[in-house]
Design a protein around this ligand. Sequence first.
Ligand SMILES: CC(C)(COP(=O)(O)OP(=O)(O)OC[C@H]1O[C@@H](n2cnc3c(N)ncnc32)[C@H](O)[C@@H]1OP(=O)(O)O)[C@@H](O)C(=O)NCCC(=O)NCCS
Length: 189
Amino acid sequence: MTAAESSSPDRLAELSAQDLRARLSEALDLYVTAMRYPKGTAEQRAPMWLAHMMRTGWRCIGAFDPNGNLAGIAYGYRGSPGQWWHEQVRRGLIERSGPAAADQWTLDYFELTELHVRPDRQGRGTGENLLRALLAGATEGRVLLSTPEGPSRAWRLYRRVGFVDVLRDYQFSGDPRLFGVLGATLPLA
Ligand SMILES: CC(C)(COP(=O)(O)OP(=O)(O)OC[C@H]1O[C@@H](n2cnc3c(N)ncnc32)[C@H](O)[C@@H]1OP(=O)(O)O)[C@@H](O)C(=O)NCCC(=O)NCCS
């Protein structure tokens, strides 16, 4: 890649489930690298990503570097009762803020499930462009996501585009880490 190419913006494209299946190992490698997870995590997560593609409202945006390789990925779907993450977030909201707050956030929302940019392509706007492109196509009134407690580049990005605290220092069942659950009304400001 030339110096001009390496500093040029990444091209965004909406990916169908078929497109993502064809690039699944590349996408999972990117995810594991961006999150600094151990190598075996990719195989462990593959069935989950494949199952997510079948969910109502699933949409995915890919970012491509000048060589046509995947530089970033964002996907999500409509959050619904019975989904593990949905039930976990509702439980937390009911415990801490009551059923009205739980309803306000969880009756009509898009779950931003994954957002990752390859480390060598970070810091040029790709993450924010992916996030905005994905959410521009959502039909729900709100968006929710969870991210490990910061500070991190992800937190700065979410704050920059207007996400507010929904749950802080929250523990999902079976995961010792603390997470923030953040939300915003759609469309983003
Ligand atoms: C979080 C993440 C997706 C953000 O992606 P990104 O492409 O780096 O995001 P952006 O480029 O939009 O913004 C990152 C920084 O670049 C800056 N930036 C944006 N466009 C720029 C440009 N043209 N020139 C210089 N800097 C720029 C932003 O101001 C921002 O600065 P900051 O980090 O100091 O706040 C990425 O860092 C990542 O994959 N992290 C690891 C995985 C992760 O945490 N995912 C989220 C889990 S929920």
